[in-house]
Structure formats: structure tokens, C-alpha cells
Ligand binder design. Structure first.
Ligand code: NAI
Length: 505
């Protein structure tokens, strides 16, 4: 058989969770597959599982019954590595261990033709380090799929410094035949998706660590006000802290303690306590019969209106808030300065309620912040350390009067949504700045791989690059933590009024 013809088989080594998924989409895409596993029964078990999955899909009417037979006929199980010799491409999906993978690639080189493309599905090892032991490292690339492979329609095509660009192009073409969206990444820790995903979890853990809000409230806010499909703590429970904490620590260390990725001692301690998540029935949440037990939400206090005052600058910057207060029937104090009994509502961007109250010379006992950038789905109110509970409850009752939920949180520069969103945008921008991937691929990878409502760069454009820059600069000023230093990619585009999706010339 000619190993470079389009019908030359694809070799898949490792018939576990990932190998099976990759084999399934390959044979569905018309690619003949030879599958090998070092466990003698591994390949046959995988074949049976793939046939059962395809039959189930046909029973549900998701695929044509005639296609099942055709797809299955393309799948062969190999009894030895040597049977992979006619393959034009081989994808490795064995155990995540550098030495074992290196050994396999060296052995493979003596089996396949010199033109054969060799790919690894590693998610956390360096593709370059795997390739380094080989005679022809230029034909080795990463081909990083996500679980479950047939449903996660994204694959990262990862090139190391020695990878021949033609190899990445061949993998891109193959991904498309499999019905997947390929994105190109350079070989760096976390590639795109696991790198971009650091912001959501680490910033949420930081917010929790600062007692700004309890975790169910942080989840509710990020789901309902910012539109994330899952709250960060629900997500940590789903993945399991035994998986996510080592990833957080490894990426932080691989980037030489980059403060943007700093892991949380809270997560490390909960891992030590065995609070893994769904798999141990208890993580941040408790699970009964696999069902998450949602802690009760604070009741809305009875309505007790008093005049509400907004400063002129805030009213001009966010006319939607004034319109909302009128719609809720709020008695407005429209004086230049607030009257004696009036509630003072500040609308900070990147600031906390205390800083905003002090800057405007307001009484902190009567001052509350409302997040003006995330008003839909759920509203976030923020107190100063001195806010009087009666003032807090009056504002809560008023803002919940139309049935939209309200979360009351402690003081935080940029509330919860602003700072989490700004962190995600900043990390996405820096992935672009480092040239790890192009802006479009970054957004594609994040929407498909992480399920975020928008890619980090499109999210930054929606908020406005200048606004994101303000949030980060103010967070940076408040905490004096380099974690919040803005990426040059963001800073320059904010100064130029350009889209964050605009590539460098
Ligand atoms: P798995 O444990 O389900 O399957 C691994 C298979 O490889 C097993 O059947 C094992 O018998 C076989 N194997 C081990 N050493 C071998 C060798 N030297 N030669 C041939 N076969 C060998 O593992 P899974 O989850 O499928 O992961 C495979 C790879 O994919 C790992 O590199 C992992 O990091 C990566 N990955 C895993 C993801 C996941 O969510 N599980 C997501 C993305 C990548």
C-alpha cells in the first residue's frame, strides 16, 4: 500500500477513552483506521465499544444505519506495533508519561515510513520533549483532542520549534475530514484551551479566598449575569480537584510562577481533605444520587423605599441604570449632593464601593455599588465595610422588585463579573501577544473547548478594550499585584481604539 495516498490508514495507538473517540470520528469521516493497544484485549474491547456507540447513534436516528456498517468496515485492530507500517499518519493516545511516550515514538520510527506523520494527543506534556528523542523530530506534532471526542468538535494542532509546517497542514486537513475544527497552536504549556482556561478558575478562587461572596453566589452571578454555562465551582466539582488542581499548579510552574495563573491554597487544602467534587459526592457542593444540592439563596428583604441618589458622572456614563430605577418605581434624589436619608448608589468600573464612596465624598454607611456592566440576568450589589444593613436591604429589595435576582457581595474592585471577565480577556490577549495562536483561533478554541459564551478577544471587544484596560489598571493599582498587569496586546489596542481581534501587521 502507498503510505502517502489519502486512503492509507491512520494508526491510533492507545485504545482507551481518547483513542476510541478519535477512531470513531475518523472512521465516520471515511478514514481507514488501524488501532493498537499494548493490552492484548484492549483493541478488540475498543472496537466493540465503538460499534455499540455507532449502533446506538443509528437507533436514535442521529446517523444513517447504512453508514454504521461502512464505518465499522474501516476499523482494524492490530496485534502488534509492526502492523502500523502502512500508515500515513499515526496518532498516539497512550498513558500520559513522557518516558513511555518517548519510547513509543522511537519504536514507531523503525516501523513506519520516513514520510509518516506522527502525532501525540498529550494534553500536558511538551510535544517538543516527546519529539526530542526521535531521529526525525520535524514530522512530530501535537494533535490534542478533548473529551468526549465526538462531541467536543475542536482539536489543537500543536507545532514545536522543529515541527515542519507541512505536518501541521496535513493534520489540519485530517481534522476537517473528521468533522472537527482545527486550531493551530505553538508548543507551550496548556497550548490554547488549558492556558486560556486559567482565568475563570483562578480569579473565582481568589474572589472566594477574599470572602467577597460564598461560592454558590459566585456561581450564580457568573452564570446568570455573565452567561457562563457553568459556575467555576460547579466546573471544579465536575472535573474533580484531583485533576484540576495539579493542572493549575503545573501550568503556573511551567510558566515560572506567572502571577496570572497563581493557584489557590483553598483548592489545595480541599483536595487534601478529599473534597474532590461529584466523584466523591462532596466538593464545593454536596451531591445526592448524583444531583447537586443547591444551597438556599438569601431571601429578598421587604421593600422599604427611601430616596436613591446617583452622582451626575455615573448617571451620564450609565443611563440604563437611571432608566432601571425609574422603571422599578424608585423615589429618586436628584440633588447635586445626596439628601440626609438618601441611599447613595455608585457604579464603579474596576473600583470597589469604598474607593468610589471616598472619591465622591459620600457617607460609606449609605453607599452601595451596583455593577453597571452586567445588569441582565442577575444584578450585583456591593457594600462598603461600613454599609448599614438597613441601607443594604433597602437597595436589595428595590433592585429585585421586577423579579430579577440580586446578589449582595462584599467590597471588590470590579465586583465579580468585571474582574473575572477582565482576567479572561487579559490572558487571551497575552496568548495572542506571545504568538501562541492567532486571535481567531484563540476565540474558536475557547468557545468550542471551554464552552464560554464568547471567546476572550470577542468578549473584550464587547466590553470595550479601553474598559477592560481600566478594570485591570484599577485592580493592579488596588492590589499592587502583577497578576493584573495588562497584556501589551490589550494596552495597545485599547489606546488605538482597535479591535482585540486585529492581528499585528
Ligand atoms: P486511557 O487510560 O483511557 O487509555 C490509554 C490506553 O493506552 C490504554 O488502553 C492503555 O492500555 C494503552 N497504553 C498504555 N501504554 C501503552 C503503550 N506503550 N502502547 C500502546 N498502548 C498503551 O487514557 P486516555 O484518557 O484515553 O488518555 C490518553 C492520552 O490522551 C493521554 O496522553 C492523555 O493525557 C490524553 N488526553 C486525555 C484526555 C481526557 O480527558 N482523558 C483529554 C485530552 C488528552
Amino acid at each position: 500500500m502507498n503510505s502517502t495516498s489519502t486512503d492509507a490508514p491512520l494508526g491510533i495507538i492507545g485504545a482507551g477513552l481518547m483513542g476510541r473517540g478519535i477512531a470513531q470520528i475518523a472512521i465516520q469521516g471515511g478514514i481507514p483506521v488501524v488501532m493498537y493497544d499494548s493490552r492484548p484485549e484492549g483493541g478488540e474491547e475498543a472496537r466493540k465499544a465503538i460499534v455499540a456507540t455507532l449502533q446506538k447513534l443509528a437507533e436514535k436516528g442521529k446517523i444513517d444505519a447504512a453508514d454504521v456498517e461502512k464505518a465499522v468496515s474501516r476499523l482494524t485492530v492490530a496485534g502488534s506495533l509492526a502492523e502500523l507500517s502502512p500508515c500515513a499518519t499515526v496518532i498516539e493516545a497512550i498513558v500520559e508519561n513522557l518516558d513511555v511516550k518517548r519510547e513509543l515514538f522511537v519504536a514507531l520510527e523503525s516501523v513506519v515510513s520516513p514520510e509518516c506523520v506522527l502525532a501525540t494527543n498529550t494534553s500536558s506534556l511538551s510535544v517538543t520533549a516527546i519529539a526530542a528523542a526521535c531521529k526525525r523530530p520535524e514530522r512530530i506534532a501535537g494533535f490534542h483532542f478533548f473529551s468526549p471526542v465526538p462531541l467536543m468538535k475542536i482539536v489543537e494542532v500543536v507545532s514545536g520549534p522543529l515541527t515542519d509546517p507541512a505536518i501541521a497542514d496535513k493534520l489540519i486537513a485530517m481534522a476537517k475530514r473528521m468533522g472537527h475544527t482545527p486550531v493551530k497552536a505553538s508548543d507551550t504549556p496548556g497550548f490554547i484551551v488549558n492556558h486560556a482556561g486559567r482565568g475563570y478558575l483562578t480569579e473565582s478562587l481568589r474572589i472566594l479566598g477574599e470572602s467577597i461572596a460564598p461560592y454558590p453566589e459566585i456561581d450564580r452571578i457568573l452564570r446568570q449575569a455573565a452567561g457562563f454555562r457553568m459556575g467555576p465551582f460547579e466546573l471544579l466539582d465536575l472535573t474533580g480537584l484531583d485533576v484540576s488542581q495539579p493542572v493549575m499548579e503545573s501550568i503556573y510552574d511551567q510558566y515560572y510562577q506567572e502571577p496570572r495563573f497563581r493557584p489557590s491554597p483553598i483548592a489545595r487544602q480541599r483536595l487534601a481533605a478529599g473534597l474532590l467534587g461529584r466523584k466523591s459526592q462532596r466538593g464545593f457542593y454536596r451531591y445526592e444520587d448524583g444531583k447537586k444540592q443547591e444551597p438556599a439563596e438569601a431571601a429578598v428583604p421587604p421593600r422599604a423605599d427611601r430616596p436613591i441618589w446617583i452622582g451626575q458622572d455615573d448617571a451620564t456614563a450609565f443611563p440604563a441604570v437611571g432608566a432601571l430605577l425609574d422603571q422599578l418605581g424608585a423615589p429618586r434624589d436628584k440633588g447635586e449632593r445626596p439628601g440626609e436619608d438618601s441611599l447613595c448608589l455608585v457604579l464603579p468600573v474596576g473600583r470597589d464601593a469604598t474607593t468610589a464612596a471616598v472619591a465622591a465624598k459620600l457617607d460609606p454607611k449609605r453607599t452601595l455599588g451596583l455593577d453597571p456592566l452586567f445588569l441582565d440576568g442577575r444584578r450585583t450589589l456591593m457594600t462598603t465595610p461600613l454599609t448599614d444593613p438597613a441601607a443594604r436591604d433597602a437597595a436589595h429589595a428595590l433592585l429585585a422588585a421586577d423579579g430579577v435576582a440580586v446578589s449582595v457581595i462584599h467590597d471588590s474592585p470590579g465586583f465579580i463579573c468585571q474582574r473575572v471577565a477582565a482576567t479572561i480577556v487579559n490572558i487571551g490577549c497575552d496568548i495572542a501577544q506571545q504568538g501562541i495562536a492567532n486571535p481567531q483561533d484563540i476565540d474558536r478554541a475557547v468557545t468550542l473547548g471551554l464552552g464560554y459564551p464568547k471567546g476572550p478577544l470577542a468578549l473584550g471587544d464587547a466590553l470595550g478594550a479601553a474598559t477592560v484596560l481600566d478594570i485591570l489598571d484599577r485592580l493592579h493599582e488596588f492590589y499592587r499585584d502583577p497578576r493584573y498587569r495588562p497584556s501589551p496586546w490589550l494596552k495597545r489596542r485599547a489606546l488605538l481604539g482597535a479591535s482585540l481581534l486585529a492581528p499585528d501587521c
